[in-house]
Design a protein around this ligand. Structure first.
Ligand code: ZN
Length: 1017
């Protein structure tokens, strides 16, 4: 413990004769009572023990599965009181409450000033106030009042649970406050909760000395407390000058010299390109450090080619023994080290070199319950399967990382023309048939622990009760999302996946297991895993330091991960995998493996010099590097497939995104994962349609779903859409939009009253082998979305699509690959939007298209478009000028002359689609959206309009090319049976079909079949 702890007066825990416990400060209660609620009839066992280190521990627990729970109250030798609670609810138990309540007497808080930090650890927000009669409730994770600190999140901000659950602080009628954690565990399948609170004397200002992190997001870069550069003054803005004498205020510096001499290197390039050194021993001190676990990184660059051989000691232990750094190279060493006593002292001896020192704080001792610390102070009954003393029984084994990299001459790393990173297609020879009609049921939440459903009978009941009503054929199983961070639970998790998978298969379902690949948040013991597997981490391009994620290019990590996938597929029998967080993150990655692979693929180096202009925004290197990351994230999935080819040649790899994820350059550029590149490896693709207001968002949904269709067009991969609807009318429209765009709808489990059209089971378009009749192609280029510099790249092209929808002109979205492969045969018009960047192959394809008479249009200009998914609760703001909209449509209509395919006369608000099925039948589909009338300023609701599908004022009339004698038959969920429609001959090879208005209630499908079942145009 650091010295300031010892100055504090102690809190004392006292138990009365009845077993009631309170906490006193100098004889006055600060917590007057504890109540652990584990439902009715809970009978608690009690124990008291004094541990070897002097900690006094009171335990209350129930081992009865109907009321399983435990409360441990520990009076620690440092004067703090540590309160730990865990509860588990068995499957189907009626006793679903697991709640801990502490009472704080009014006298402690009345009229006192407080300082607090808002509960959710994803951000840091302070709150300062005074406890008055008006203070009814507080949401806090760290509360200081009257010389006491209530640390509700003693485990630190990186804890997974602290991003989701928090304590509630509520005033009671007598003025006292109840501090409560937990409550009813939702659902019936079982679950649990747990919390740790530390109460101590102290001040609000202590927070920074108790916790290493103010807040945490899993995509964060792991920032250093100290990033010190030596050598020349040329260094990036993440670095401070460390070559200074020590003083207390600065808290770092040399203790025995004023500063060290630079020893060769470059005066212009960054930190690794110069160094200080000497032949006399020198001591460097970093002070002001809370006791705890740190990652210490030293780097020595020998660009100057000086002789060296040296060792480094850290706090009296060897950190580096007899090292040399070869000329023209830099050596980086990271180790997880423990600091006690407030400072680090590094002693350099021999002929030594030093370019940088960095220190990252992992967890301070105070908050360490997962590295060398344990979740419970005393061993005993543990209700839950995670955060157990026994699961963390294996001693913490801190890892290390040593890397030697080249230091090329600055400015030469990105010379010449780079090679384009290859884009191999890594799909199975044949994907299984079942994915063409996949209907997914999502089992469990991401927070599930895979210990739910206690018995085989419970598991069977889950399938009957929860799965069956959904009419699904495939199960997406979630739970323990970052499986690798659940130390001590990984094998247990595998067994549970097998158990679930076996049951699913017995019942004829397919199983896709869902987990994440790279996250290292502190779910269970993620920070322990991060420290133990230090040589597998993503390293920041800003500093070279390890971060809170694995690197997907690291061979050791890949081997471990692929082995895990093999267990899931070969042993558990999963048919597919949904792998999340396969990416490089905003800050990654410049580890050795990324450097090597980047050079191999492109012929360029990732510049070691952080001052290289190549790192500037919009540089050619940035384009090449960011593109490379996108390719490698997709290739990672391909590598999973390759590795499992023997056990499962038709493995399903599933990927999904949102409409925003598809149209925005944010994910590809910042995180290094492009969902439009991923289908080179993933053979099942989905969109989570975020809007809860499908009918009101229909205008944009048609165009957004059009974009995802380019995946089917390029790779033959089916696309599903996940909807969240609250009524059957919106659900019906969701189903219809999917059918009209040739996709699958995963419908919501909404109430479908008696007499509702039976759309879920209705046989509409036969998607297998079907194609649109479009002669207009719209390019949606991922390259241009990412690198044209136009953040509104999608707008023009989506606006054009929306105009085409309104004009009933069929169109297809095509992507970069279709253009590159010159698969443009069916099109007469090609619209490029604002795309400016084309590869040579694409340019050649555009030339060939024009040569055979195809019309190419650049940006249409002035396209009014309604974007994305309308959010429920927001105000509808889209209000195009009607004249401008009409003018734009006219522009589009004239551009598409000769490529309109058919003509449709229908009331405004009717949508259409025209397909040809594999057997040649033409399929026209119509959707009645005339009831949707979005008014600017209106609040978006999830409900359908009062009259969802108004009666049409006129018939719908179509004229299209079809042979004489064709029969037109209408079917719909809105009426039973088939209706044969009248077909009139028009000019030459054209026919006119009238769909009487009473047949289009909500949706109607008209199939035109030639007498010999062959329609040609
Ligand atoms: Zn890497």
């Amino acid at each position: 413990m650091t010295s300031f702890c010892c100055l504090l007066a102690a809190l004392a825990v006292v138990a009365d004769d009845q077993g009631g416990i309170s906490v006193l400060r100098q004889g006055t209660p600060v917590i007057s009572s504890f109540r652990l609620d584990c439902g009715t009839n809970a009978v608690f066992q009690k124990s008291y023990a004094k541990l070897k280190d002097g900690t006094k521990v009171w335990n209350r627990w129930s081992e009865d599965p109907e009321s399983s729970g435990r409360l441990e109250i520990a009076e620690r030798p440092d004067g703090a009181v540590e309160i730990t609670m865990a509860g588990r609810v068995a499957c189907k138990s009626e006793n679903r409450t697991r709640l801990l309540e502490l009472t704080v007497p009014a006298s402690l808080v009345d009229g006192k000033a407080y300082s607090s930090i808002e509960a959710n650890t994803r951000s840091y927000a302070e709150q300062h106030g005074e406890f008055t009669a008006a203070t009814k409730a507080l949401s806090s994770r760290f509360l200081a009042v009257d010389g006491l600190v209530f640390d509700f999140n003693a485990l630190g901000a990186g804890t997974y649970a602290s991003q989701r659950n928090s304590w509630h602080i509520k005033r009671q009628s007598d003025g006292s406050f109840v501090l409560a954690y937990g409550g009813e565990i939702p659902g019936w399948i079982g679950g649990g909760n747990g919390a740790k609170l530390v109460v101590r004397e102290g001040r609000f200002e202590d927070f920074g000395r108790l916790h290493s992190l103010k807040d945490f997001r899993y995509a964060n870069e792991f920032l250093a407390k100290f990033n010190l550069g030596f050598g020349s003054s040329a260094r990036g803005r993440k670095w401070r000058n460390g070559n200074l004498p020590y003083n207390r205020k600065r808290s770092y510096g040399w203790t025995d010299v004023r500063g060290c001499e630079p020893v060769g290197g470059s005066a212009e390039a960054g930190v690794l390109y110069s160094a200080v050194g000497g032949s006399k021993p020198a001591t460097y001190r970093i002070g002001g450090l809370p006791d705890g676990w740190y990652i210490l990184t030293l780097a020595a660059g020998n660009y100057g080619g000086v002789a060296n051989r040296f060792e480094v000691w850290a706090n009296g232990s060897p950190f580096l023994s007899s090292q040399t750094v070869p000329a023209g190279k830099a050596k980086t060493v990271s180790r997880v080290v423990h600091s006690r006593g407030g400072e680090f002292e590094l002693v350099f001896s021999g002929q030594w070199l030093l370019s940088s020192i960095s220190l990252q704080a992992v967890l301070y001792d105070y908050e360490d319950f997962s590295l060398s610390g344990k979740p419970w102070r005393s061993d005993g009954y543990e209700p839950r399967s995670i955060n157990r003393n026994d699961s963390l029984a294996k001693p913490f084994a801190p890892g290390s990382f040593v890397d030697v990299v080249d230091l090329p001459a600055p400015g030469t790393e990105c010379a010449g023309t780079p090679r384009e990173t290859p884009t191999p297609v890594m799909l199975p020879e044949k994907s299984p048939d079942w994915i063409r009609n996949v209907r997914i049921f999502k089992a469990f939440t991401n927070s599930a622990l895979l210990d739910e459903l206690d018995t085989d009978a419970d598991l069977a009941e889950y399938f009957e009760r929860d799965v069956k009503p959904h009419n699904a054929n495939t199960i997406l199983l979630s739970g323990m999302l970052s499986r690798h961070t659940f130390v001590g639970n990984i094998d247990r998790g595998v067994e549970q996946v097998k158990r679930f998978s076996d049951e699913a298969h017995r019942r004829g379902y397919r199983l896709i297991d869902h987990f994440d690949v790279t996250l290292l948040w502190n779910a269970c013991a993620g920070f322990r895993v991060m420290c133990e597997r230090l040589d597998e981490l993503n390293r920041s391009v800003h500093t070279g330091l390890p971060s809170y994620q694995f690197c997907i290019m690291n061979p050791k990590f890949r081997e471990t991960f692929f082995n895990y996938c093999e267990r899931i597929v070969a042993y558990c029998g999963a048919d597919g995998l949904q792998l999340d967080e396969v990416e490089f993150w905003p800050h990654g990655c410049c580890c050795r493996y990324c450097r090597e692979a980047f050079f191999r693929d492109t012929g360029w180096h990732i510049p070691q010099n952080e001052l290289d202009p190549a790192w500037g925004r919009g540089s050619e290197f940035q384009r090449v590097f960011k593109t490379w990351r996108i390719r490698k994230a997709t290739d990672f999935l391909g590598a999973v497939r390759e590795r499992l080819r023997k056990v499962r040649p038709d493995l399903v790899l599933s990927a999904y995104t949102t409409p925003y994820g598809m149209t925005s350059p944010l994910m590809p550029l910042s995180h290094g994962r492009d969902i439009l590149d991923v289908p080179r490896s993933a053979n099942l693709f989905g969109i989570e349609v975020m809007t809860r207001s499908v009918m009101k968002s229909a205008r944009s949904l048609f165009s957004c779903q059009g974009i995802s269709s380019l995946i089917t067009r390029t790779y033959g991969t089916p696309v599903w859409n996940w909807y969240y609807n609250s009524d059957w009318q919106n659900d019906y429209v969701s189903w219809a939009i999917a059918s009209m765009t040739g996709q699958l709808a995963l419908l919501s489990n909404v109430e479908r009253p008696e007499g509702t059209p039976p759309y879920p089971g209705f046989s509409a378009l036969k998607r297998e082998g079907a194609d649109t009749l479009a002669e207009v192609a719209l390019l949606f280029s991922a390259e241009n979305r990412n690198f044209s510099g136009n953040i509104r790249y999608a707008d023009d092209i989506l606006g054009t699509a929306q105009a085409l929808d309104a004009l009933h002109i069929p169109y297809d979205f095509i992507g970069d690959e279709i253009l590159a492969q010159n698969q443009l045969g069916k099109y007469k018009v090609l619209m490029l939007g604002s795309a400016k960047v084309f590869t040579d192959r694409q340019k050649a394809a555009l030339g060939a298209f024009a040569d055979r008479g195809g019309k190419v249009y650049q940006e249409m200009g002035g396209a009014p478009f309604s974007m994305g998914s309308l959010k429920v609760g927001t105000k509808f703001s889209f209000s195009p000028d009607p004249d401008a909209e009409m003018a734009f449509r006219e522009k589009v209509r004239s551009a598409c002359q000769g490529a309109t395919v058919w003509s449709v006369r229908a009331p405004k608000g009717v949508r259409s689609a025209l397909w040809r099925e594999a057997d040649g039948a033409l399929v026209a589909q119509f959707l009645n959206l005339t009831g949707v009338d979005n008014k600017p300023g209106e609040t978006v609701t999830p409900h359908a309009p009062k009259v969802a599908f108004p009666k049409l004022a006129e018939d719908v009339e179509i004229v299209l090319a079809a042979p004489r004698g064709v029969k037109a038959v209408a079917t719909s969920p809105d009426f039973t049976g088939q209706r044969e429609l009248e077909v009139a001959g028009e000019a030459a090879d054209k026919v006119k079909v009238v769909i009487p208005r009473e047949l289009l209630s909500a949706y109607v499908l008209v199939r035109l079949v030639a007498p010999h079942n062959e329609i040609t145009r």
